[in-house]
Design a protein. Structure first.
Length: 185
């Protein structure tokens, strides 16, 4: 069976936001030295499910994005989700705006998700930007963390969108991106 997941995410604007571009490039350069690739679409996830009722989720996210304004997030450091396939990530500091949008998404979109991941509920959510999730050997994992541990990862980046991202097998992409405060054309 092909593994699939869909997520409500916010994409980092690595084209227009200099801070986002610089921190993402630094992280990718370190991971790349060890033969790994970082996710194609730098983002953080608000909610993840095996699938969504796509038309309903698009309508719900359109309403949330129109009523939201761009805001800044603070990146504070590096972390690891342990397990059989460890994940290295940049930590995002929770703030009031982040929590409010997260709550809106969960209240509005909950009923349209199929098999929602419990890791993204308010009580368990650790907002983060994944930088390496490929199968990591203990040696590669420790080498990356050793190098990253001696750098300052503190940064502020602007978040201006909600998007629907997907991964089906090895294929990943963004189905739709909605800018905050803008009507869909």
């Amino acid at each position: 069976m092909t593994k699939q997941a869909f997520g409500i995410v916010s994409l980092l604007d690595v084209i227009n936001d200099k801070s986002a571009r610089l921190i993402w490039k630094r992280a990718c350069d370190i991971v790349g030295k060890h033969g790994l690739t970082s996710p194609q679409y730098p983002h953080f996830s608000w909610q993840v499910a095996v699938n969504y009722q796509i038309e309903n989720i698009q309508d719900a996210l359109t309403k949330i994005s129109i009523s939201s304004q761009p805001f800044k997030i603070s990146i504070s450091g590096v972390g690891i989700f342990p397990g059989l396939q460890p994940i290295i990530y940049l930590t995002i500091v929770r703030n009031e705006t982040l929590n409010q949008i997260h709550q809106k998404i969960w209240v509005t979109c909950n009923e349209y998700g199929i098999e929602l991941s419990p890791y993204y509920t308010s009580e368990r959510w650790i907002p983060h930007i994944t930088i390496a999730y490929n199968p990591l050997s203990p040696i590669v994992l420790s080498s990356i963390i050793e190098e990253m541990a001696f750098e300052n990862w503190e940064s502020e980046v602007v978040i201006n969108n909600l998007a629907i991202a997907y991964q089906i097998g090895d294929e990943a992409g963004v189905a739709q991106e909605l800018l905050f405060g803008k009507e869909v054309q």
